[in-house]
Design a protein around this ligand. Sequence first.
Ligand code: 4NP
Length: 156
Amino acid sequence: MKILFVCLGNICRSPMAEGIMRKKIRERDLDWEVDSAGTSSWHTGEAPDKRAQLVVKKHGTDISMQRSRMFDFGDSVEFDKILVMDESNFSSVLETIGLDNEGDNVEYIMDYLYPGEKMPVPDPYFGNDGFEEVYQMLDQACDAFIEHQLLKKEVE
Ligand code: 4NP
C-alpha cells in the first residue's frame, strides 16, 4: 500500500499527516509506504512549517527532514491512495490527473472518520493556534484509515 497525503503548500497539513502515518506504520509493522505533496509549488524544497514541526515533535515524531514538493500526474499512477485535506485539494488533484479519473483512489482523509462528509482539515497556515487541532484530527483519521484497510484485507 502506497499512500500520498496532499494539501496546498505541503508544509503544514500533509507533512504532519505523513509523519503521523509513518509512525503508525512503523509501530504496527505494516509493509506500507507514505509520502506527501502539495497542489502548489509555492514552498517547493522547504522543510515543514516550524509550527507543524513543533506540534508533531511534541507527540514524538520528527518531520524536519521532509521537503515540500508539488503533486504531479505520475503520483496518481504510483500511489494506491491519494488522501486530500479539503475540497480545493480534491479539485486541484483531479485537474492534474484528469477530471474523468474521479473515484477510486482520490479521497478525503476525514471521510475515514466521518464517511461521506468531506470534512475539511482546516488550513492552519494563517493562524497560530490551529496546529494541535489539525494534529488531533489527522491522528484519529489515520487510525481510522488503518483500521479500515486492515478490516478490508481480512474480508478479502
Ligand atoms: P498547507 O498550508 O496546505 O497545509 O501546507 C499552507 C501553506 C502555505 C500556504 C497556504 C497553506 N501559503 O499560502 O503559502
